[in-house]
Ligand binder design. Structure first.
Ligand code: 0O2
Length: 221
């Protein structure tokens, strides 16, 4: 009867969401392995932190409706790329591309789409490296290819994006022009901070490789 139908429906939806959870778990393991192995090999970690989220059923439906995609699980699965999301925050711009390359090179990861908003920032100033990948999830009786959106950015880009996101929603997507201009300006400042920090980091590495820096450097601050 109705109850049985409803059970089947919720069961189908639960399995739909679970496949994204498994894909995130898998990608998180991959990224944590890269992070640990890299810091073992190079004495520093290119990754500051990693976070993940699954889109809530409410925002999945809202985005599906907004994009005008077919309102079935199959339609949503094919048109929404960010049900599973991972955000990797790095110290420096060069690290974001390193992480990108290491993920893209993995044999069971298929890169479906790349958006490089670092090379080409959005008009509002947003910078970040986005990739949509597909990973195989091995279930009891079949293998499923599941999409995950990965956003890779620096600490400065992340700082800017979280503030912009708050302002955007505070003003219900209609931000006053004065604030928009300030945000664009702040994005430029964040961009030049990234460049300066990376230059300093390169200098420290070069000094270290020359054996020029010793333990006294820390004490002399
Ligand atoms: P939320 O609330 O973070 O989930 P497409 O999916 O291909 O039709 P979309 O979604 O615009 O196009 O792709 P894009 O441009 O790669 O952006 C995807 C995500 O990047 C967004 O997800 C945000 O998380 C982030 N993002 C993109 N542009 C901006 C921006 O201007 N400011 C900030 N703060 N974040 C941005 P959602 O679903 O839009 O939002």
């Amino acid at each position: 009867g109705d109850l049985k139908q409803l059970r089947a429906l919720t069961d189908e939806f639960t399995r739909f969401m679970l496949s994204y959870k498994f894909a995130v778990d898998e990608m998180m393991t991959k990224i944590n392995i890269l992070r640990e192995e890299f810091s073992h090999r190079h004495d520093y970690s290119p990754i500051e932190h990693v976070s993940s989220r699954l889109k809530s059923p409410d925002s999945i439906l809202a985005k599906a409706a907004r994009k005008g995609c077919e309102l079935t699980l199959a339609g949503i699965r094919s048109d929404l790329h960010d049900i599973a999301g991972i955000r990797v925050t790095c110290s420096f711009i060069s690290d974001t591309y390193k992480i990108f390359d290491m993920i893209a090179a993995q044999r069971d990861v298929t890169v479906l789409q790349v958006r490089d908003y670092i090379k080409e920032p959005k008009p509002n100033g947003y910078r970040s490296l986005h990739m949509i990948v597909e990973v195989p999830v091995f279930l009891s009786d079949h293998v499923e290819q599941v999409k995950v959106e990965i956003q890779i950015r620096t600490i400065a880009m992340d700082f800017w994006a979280s503030l912009e996101h708050k302002i955007y929603y505070k003003y219900n997507r209609a931000v006053p022009e004065r604030l928009l201009a300030e945000l664009r300006d702040a994005a430029l400042a964040a961009g030049s901070l990234d460049v300066r920090m990376e230059r300093l980091h390169d200098e420290v590495i070069a000094l270290r490789d020359l054996g020029g820096a010793d333990d006294g450097v820390m004490d002399a601050r």
